[in-house]
Ligand binder design. Structure first.
Ligand SMILES: Cc1cc2nc3c(=O)[nH]c(=O)nc-3n(C[C@H](O)[C@H](O)[C@H](O)COP(=O)(O)OP(=O)(O)OC[C@H]3O[C@@H](n4cnc5c(N)ncnc54)[C@H](O)[C@@H]3O)c2cc1C
Length: 406
């Protein structure tokens, strides 16, 4: 079987790994637009901080690929797909055939249409090339503005504190991490980040990027200006669906897939940040891993292996700030009960969201002790009614209670 995988991110490489494990005879070729072998994107933050060198970024050495008969064609963008002919066209004009195809094209940074956003010194962080550019720019700069107070914006902001720069984070919504935190948690996190030297402006819209050819600052909608010689835009991502759309595959926000990870065209699968299942494009690694496992099984005959949607869980990687948010933390509508525990002096905030006695979401800020237990409770849908009032308090041993339920 000739398996072609478009995209060299975690979803593509993990699919290749599963297929190679289950079918050692498979001929697997991964086509990658980027020029580097696979590296995990979270490691970009370590790279910016100077913790990991460029050479140490790739996850696997050449032997890992050859042992599994996986060929990676770097700097090889796929520009067209012909499902009827089972061929891909590369940017070089070369046409290649396949028997089974996996689209793992991921997502790209979204740059909002702000006047002046095309100026030099304006960038986003998605790839290793972006990170290399960002490091060079930060070395030659004093004031950095980061547009977007989401996970990536905050991770990037703290990583840039390793440079001699003043950093301002601008968030359009009234609080940081609007998807992962509630008002109380966001206020505590903001004070923790401000204590580390970040300036955070919430509820502010960037109206214009100032400067002639290069960015010199940003103009906010309220008329105020902030100096900047580097503007990092962290305004979310958009799934890369152009290749699939061009070939007539059904797409919405992402490439539509069923529980087999199969697209609307039999024999073509989609996984990771480019795939949309049941209305969700999660854009996080746990979803990419779960989907790659399903696609890998399906491709090698495991037709009973189906995808069930994950409970989204995200972690802020800022050192000294432990934050995990999982499931539904800002429920809308009736039927939810919320429990909170706050110890502002020790930087601890915890929240549990219950629906009919079952934990459906949680925030753990400043305290990782209960992380695994909470994960299990959310995933297993255990009834926690009897401990609801005390489960977040420091006196209660939640891990022990979870073990006692097994
Ligand atoms: C700095 C950073 C930190 C992050 N930290 C976390 C974290 O801690 N936890 C978490 O869950 N998620 C994190 N994420 C998000 C996570 O990295 C993504 O969810 C994950 O990378 C998705 O994997 P993917 O393989 O679907 O797509 P991608 O990683 O986007 O890989 C897709 C690849 O396909 C290539 N490609 C696209 N189109 C073509 C084409 N036509 N031809 C050839 N190649 C093509 C792209 O160039 C890219 O290399 C982070 C992201 C960033 C940028």
């Amino acid at each position: 079987m000739r398996l072609a995988i478009v995209g060299n991110g975690v979803a593509g490489v993990t699919t290749a790994r599963y297929v190679a494990e289950r079918d050692p005879e498979a001929q697997i070729t991964i086509y990658s637009r980027e020029s580097y072998p696979y590296y995990p994107r979270p490691r970009l933050i370590d790279f910016i901080e100077g913790e990991v060198s460029l050479e140490a970024m790739p996850q696997y050495d050449a032997g890992w690929y050859s042992d599994r008969h996986i060929e990676t064609r770097l700097s090889s963008e796929v520009v067209a797909l012909d499902p009827a002919d089972h061929t891909l066209t590369l940017a070089s004009g070369e046409k290649v055939g396949y028997d089974v195809l996996v689209l793992a094209t991921g997502a790209s940074s979204f740059i909002p249409p702000i006047p002046g956003a095309a100026k030099a010194g304006v960038g986003a962080l998605r790839t290793l090339d972006d990170a290399v550019q960002l490091c060079h720019a930060a070395e030659a700069c004093r004031e950095v503005v980061i547009l977007g107070g989401g996970l990536l914006g905050l991770d990037s902001a703290v990583s840039l504190t390793h440079y001699d720069v003043q950093i301002t984070v601008i968030e359009a919504l009234p609080r940081l991490l609007p998807r992962q935190l509630d008002r109380e948690g966001a206020a505590l996190l903001q004070s923790m980040l401000e204590a580390r030297g970040l300036t955070i402006v919430t509820g502010a819209q960037c109206a214009q990027v100032l400067g002639s050819d290069r960015v010199e600052g940003v103009l906010l909608a309220d008329g105020s200006e902030i100096d900047a010689c580097l503007l990092l835009i962290s305004a979310g991502v958009r799934p890369n669906i152009a290749l699939a759309q061009g070939a007539g595959l059904a797409c919405n926000r992402g490439i539509l897939v069923d529980a087999r990870m199969m697209t609307s065209v039999p024999g073509i699968y989609a996984v990771g940040d480019c795939a949309e299942y049941d209305g969700h494009v999660w854009g996080i690694i746990p979803a990419a891993l779960a989907q790659a496992r399903v696609a890998g099984a399906q491709i090698t005959g495991g037709t009973d292996v189906l995808y069930t949607d994950i409970v989204p869980s995200t972690t802020l990687k800022v050192s000294g700030v432990d934050l995990t948010s999982l499931g539904e933390v800002n429920p809308e509508g009736a039927g939810f009960t919320e429990y909170r525990y706050l110890d502002a002096a020790r930087g601890i905030y915890k929240k549990a969201v219950l629906r009919e006695g079952h934990l459906t979401g949680a925030i753990l800020l400043g305290d990782r002790r209960d992380l695994q237990a909470v994960h299990r409770l959310v995933a297993q849908g255990t009834d926690v009614t009897e401990i609801a009032e005390m489960m977040l308090t420091p006196e209660f041993d939640l891990p022990a209670w979870v073990r006692s339920q097994a």
